[in-house]
Design a protein around this ligand. Sequence first.
Ligand code: NAP
Length: 326
Amino acid sequence: MPKPKALVTRAIPQEALELVAARAEMDVWPHDEPPDPVTLRRMAARADGILTNIMDRIDANLFNAAPNLKVVSQMAVGLDNIDVAEATRRRIPVGYTPGVVSNATADQAFALLLAAARRLTEAERWVRKGGWKIAFHPLFWLGAEVHQATIGIIGMGSIGLEMAKRARGFDMRILYYSRTRKPEAEALYDMEFTDMPTLLAESDFVSLHVPLTPETHHLISANELAQMKPTAILVNAARGPVVDPTTLYQALRDKTIAAAALDVTSPEPIDPNDPLLTLENLVVAPHLGSSTVRTRTRMAVLAAQNLVAGLEGRPLPRCANPQVYP
Ligand code: NAP
């Protein structure tokens, strides 16, 4: 019997490629830049399964162009690039990689939180520019303390929970807001469930861990920023459009909040001439949440397992739309 055809839309860790190649005739897009939508549709035309990442738009146009498609396997937990409802209508299972990204992403969010609180990137730029001329001064580079401060976590899912665990280690007071209340997590990490206004008003750090959906688009905008303390720091390691970048720029420029630390921006990549990048009180990283060797390998292997399962007609180990199964 001929092997099924698999399209992998970007180079991924070798271990995962070997898994796919053992079970399928594999085609890997060889460039760092993603294929444009027309090229992607052309490449997907013969595919039985496709292993995607967040840069690939997977929608009705793609499905129409790929009549053999039996599975979409995303190497990410966020699915905002995929029309999952449309896949479900067509009974195409969508794989994803929940859980395996949570520790690395929470580590990154906490690293950003610490960097913004202690003004690390700003001070490093100053050192490199030759600004460090007096060895020590009692009033230079004063930042915010993290231990025993209040953190407000928005979105208490897998990554939000890992943030809470880290915050507990720093003896922080933990507030959270999420779509549904989590009594077990509250007991585990001594957290308080609040509404958004309370969380915004009382937190020294506001950390975002919701998926990007129509409801969370610009969840943090002028109204929310205005409710935060002038000393507060905003951390976004979720998706860029969860924050309105124009009003964030105004809040940081006018110091109505103290700082922001972004792992994700809107758009991505951020334009080097974006006004946000003129501000010293901004820490920014190029979407590095899951970018450790171990986590990216685990994500890729899970994505490969999902893909192969779908190609072979088995239920996906981690399926975002299990409704496709009877
Ligand atoms: P998750 O386990 O699904 O958690 C998301 C949480 O947000 C859930 O608790 C969810 O609902 C809550 N939520 C959803 N919509 C909401 C709304 N409108 N208002 C309030 N809460 C809402 O996902 P995760 O693994 O923690 O990942 C979260 C997001 O992080 C992903 O979707 C992805 O976009 C992003 N991410 C970024 C990186 C990076 O590299 N920076 C890496 C991985 C993931 P309930 O309260 O009902 O449970």
